[in-house]
Design a protein around this ligand. Structure first.
Ligand code: ATP
Ligand code: MG
Length: 223
């Protein structure tokens, strides 16, 4: 425990940057917690597609029985929605695509989200695995910014995500990694062994931020 972590009260230094964000690292090391709790504080709508049924304090719970129009209206007003899909995988995928379609239709039809909207997709490798080039997640990554929508894609297994989606991400928030992440890190010319050893010596739940040019951190969300 010798590397000093910078404690941050929010992640606005990342959320304010243009472009989609990819969040990765091994299980139970703070990915979802950090994203959900830091976005709870931003002045913007947040749609959290919560397939793991994680806690989301300050978010309004919704599911397939919630009126879609009400969800969109709440998001446009800057509320945070904790959307829980039905457990079954195929069904959850369908819900995911339908919900994103509603968000996109609203954006295209009415000129976008004036207050800004973050769409957080947990376990994205299950919804946009390699070979899936048709997901609405691609539209958000490619065209979302123009309409005020920022995609935040969370995954434990970046090697399983469709590469086109990953290549659209402008920032990477990297939590503790192991050897399986080396190919992913190398694909961005990031030093895998060095990064692994940073996490071995830094506090639990710490993360690094990579913007395509420089690697910063470690940081830790201080809640
Ligand atoms: N910054 C933090 N401060 C205090 N506790 C934290 C912090 N980050 C995470 N935790 C604790 O660790 C738990 C696990 O974190 P989290 O659910 O974010 O893991 P994860 O990386 O998303 O794992 P998985 O890939 O399995 O979903 C949280 O429920 C919370 O209790
Ligand atoms: Mg998680």
């Amino acid at each position: 425990m010798s590397i000093k972590c910078r404690k941050v009260k929010d992640l606005n230094f990342v959320w304010d940057l243009p472009g989609s964000k990819h969040v990765t690292g091994i299980t139970r090391h703070g990915k979802t917690f950090t994203v959900v709790n830091s976005l709870a504080q931003v002045q913007a709508g947040v749609l959290f597609f919560n397939c793991q049924q994680e806690d989301a304090p300050g978010y309004i719970r919704a599911d397939r029985y919630t009126d879609r129009g009400q969800i969109i209206t709440a998001l446009k007003a800057g509320h945070k929605i904790n959307y829980i899909p039905i457990g079954h995988q195929g069904m959850a995928e369908l819900e995911f695509e339908c919900l994103l379609m509603s968000v996109i239709t609203e954006a295209m039809g009415r000129g976008g989200y004036k207050k800004k909207l973050y769409v957080v997709m947990d376990e994205i490798q299950d919804f946009c695995p390699q070979g899936n080039k048709k997901s609405n997640a691609h539209w958000i990554a490619r065209r979302g910014q123009r309409f005020g929508i920022t995609g935040v894609y969370i995954s434990q297994r970046p090697q399983e995500i469709e590469k086109v989606l990953l290549s659209q991400c402008e920032q990477h928030i990297i939590f503790k990694v192991n050897d399986f992440y080396i190919p992913y890190l190398n694909s961005y010319r990031l030093p895998g062994d060095e990064i692994k050893s940073i996490f071995d010596q830094a506090e639990k739940y710490s993360f690094l931020v990579y913007d395509g040019l420089k690697l910063e951190g470690p940081f830790k969300l201080d809640v």
